[in-house]
Design a protein around this ligand. Sequence first.
Ligand SMILES: NC(=O)c1ccc[n+]([C@@H]2O[C@H](COP(=O)([O-])OP(=O)(O)OC[C@H]3O[C@@H](n4cnc5c(N)ncnc54)[C@H](O)[C@@H]3O)[C@@H](O)[C@H]2O)c1
Length: 319
Amino acid sequence: MSRVAITGGAGFLGSHLCERLLADGAEVICVDNFVTGRPENVEHLLTNRRFRLIDRDVTEFLHVPGPLDAVLHFASPASPVDYYRLPIETLMVGSAGTRNALGLAQAKGARFLLASTSEAYGDPKVHPQPESYWGNVNPVGPRSMYDEAKRFAEALTMAYRKARGVDTGIVRIFNTYGPRMRADDGRAIPTFISQALRGEGITVAGDGSQTRSCCYVDDLVEGILRLLWSDLPGPVNIGNPHELSILDTAVLVRDLCGSRAPITFIPRPVDDPTVRQPDITIARGKLGWEPKVAVGDGLARTIEWLERELVGAAHSRAA
Ligand SMILES: NC(=O)c1ccc[n+]([C@@H]2O[C@H](COP(=O)([O-])OP(=O)(O)OC[C@H]3O[C@@H](n4cnc5c(N)ncnc54)[C@H](O)[C@@H]3O)[C@@H](O)[C@H]2O)c1
């Protein structure tokens, strides 16, 4: 049985990874300080004897008793709303937090996997983005606390690999959606869904022609675990190459929600990337991975979940 520690395990992606690792028979130690994650995301796992939840800020100190086969470092604010609100925390978890997680992997002789991001490519001038592209990032721009934290974390990971012999991997995650995203986390899909379900106008940034390639969470988790249990150092892109404009995404969400809400246009954030699409040649060739869930199916599952969340929130307000 493998024993795995995951930082940020009570977040959106982390909680799905905990669930899947437990289903695969692993023992899982989840470390989180709930700065953007929620205890409810992992509440249903607490009765599992192979699951342990530790409430800790990983920038301070990270110790896990006993042996470990793998350390997954997923702790970090991830949505623009969160990292704008928490700029220093974001830089610290990318720097000191990554150092502590790498130190833990080194001490245990465990494989280390860093959750990096497509934001490492910034507003890309190469399309789609292969891992060999170095990116176009503004180091002092409004998103720099996130982009540069992740780029530093990648560099630190490579340094621990070369200088300390840690078995490391880096996954560059592209936009992902699915159940457990927060309705108010500011990312396009949960925003559109909650606006459509509430019968509000759907707000599209700019003219909506900018594109994103969104991956359903189950597909992403499969790709991450294949990389985790491989010996590839990465970086490896994991994401869905199916590209949609933001406006088409808004229309699709509105139709799937059965809403007739109007679509309105709001100013586009500074340094908002114009295009995003992963080149997944490496993931396909070396991990035999590609996404399987069609966007309509993934959105329907996400809508169903957010609908339950919004009804639950309305009931607790009324009580
Ligand atoms: N969701 C995506 O589309 C996406 C895309 C690219 C990269 N990523 C990366 O994947 C990881 C998870 O993203 P997510 O979407 O699940 O975000 P999330 O905000 O839902 O999860 C992040 C988790 O990390 C925890 N955390 C943050 N700082 C911490 C600290 N100092 N100590 C302990 N815990 C801390 C939060 O409480 C939260 O539970 C992040 O590293 C993010 O950068 C996500």
